[in-house]
Design a binder for this molecule. Structure first.
Ligand code: BT5
Length: 253
């Protein structure tokens, strides 16, 4: 990958690899050492890419973007909004291509109701202080990036399928990072939260939230709470708050 396009961006350091296990693993290792704020790890292939709960994330060679951004948060950075930062950055880059992306809360990006990208946020703690946050982003470019249908827990797609033609990984990467850098100083603002909420999939629709325990919560999707939690209304008209965590959102059948 030609990373010349990144030269004008206010990044920390850039580490590129032809093949890695997981860019998040390398980013965590580097963040535990001396990685400067806004350093990035990019790879052309991941052999042990991770989703949440140690689910697998596939990144075959040359088919996708696998990127991890290292943040050194300030004391007042709202950490629960960092997944929204990744989601806004990826959707901004999709919008630039003329696509209509939606965010399937908490960590998926959809095109035509299919998952084109996933986000994995991991935080390194020093006691109660966040030393670093790693925002991992995986974006499918070609259909070869997709796992076989039986390995999917939600339908998947690629930028190429949605666009009807190939997209440049270098340019998309640049747009994602430019948006990430531009939105980071606004992360605590109402404007940031509104932009995030406006892009949510299934607004005002009935959805189900499946917890790790398999417990299912049903409700109408209202929007986001201040901390980025999801706000639902149940059948009795009561408001429910679903906190960011290892939950899955599905439209109700
Ligand atoms: C995610 O997890 O969606 C977070 C994915 C984050 C990947 C990035 S790539 C760069 C960085 N380095 C890493 O190691 N990870 C991050 P989750 O919501 O748990 O979804 C995982 C599920 O998505 C899997 O169980 C599959 O069903 C599905 N899946 C796996 N690979 C996929 C792909 N390429 N496209 C679409 N869906 C996929």
């Amino acid at each position: 990958m030609n990373l010349k396009l990144l030269e004008s961006l206010a990044l920390g350091e850039v580490r590129y690899f032809d093949s890695v296990g997981s860019t998040n693993d390398l980013a965590i290792e580097w963040a535990n050492q001396n990685a400067p704020h806004l350093s990035i790890v990019i790879a052309d292939e991941q052999t042990a890419g991770r989703g949440r709960l140690n689910r697998k994330w596939l990144t075959p060679k040359g088919t996708a973007l696998a990127l991890s951004v290292i943040l050194r948060p300030e004391e007042n950075t709202p950490l629960s909004r960092t997944v929204g930062l990744g989601a806004l950055a990826i959707t901004d880059a999709c919008l630039k291509l003329g696509l209509a992306p939606q965010i399937k809360w908490p960590n998926d990006i959809l095109l035509n109701n299919k998952k084109v990208a996933g986000i994995l946020v991991e935080t390194l703690w020093d006691g109660a202080t966040a030393r670093a946050v790693v925002v991992g982003m995986g974006v499918n470019f070609t259909k070869e990036a997709l796992p076989p249908a039986e390995a999917l827990n939600f339908p998947a797609t690629s930028l190429e399928s949605a666009l009807g033609k190939a997209a440049s990984r270098e340019e998309f990467l640049r747009e994602v990072l430019a948006s990430f850098i531009a939105r980071l100083p606004q992360i605590a603002s109402a404007q940031f939260l509104n932009a995030w909420a406006e892009r949510l999939a299934y607004q005002n629709e009935e959805v189900q939230i499946i917890a790790q325990s398999d417990e299912i919560t049903h409700g109408k999707l209202l929007g986001l709470e201040n901390d980025g939690s999801l706000s639902l209304q149940n059948a009795n008209g009561n408001r429910l708050t679903i906190r960011y965590g290892d939950v899955s959102l599905r439209p109700s059948a």
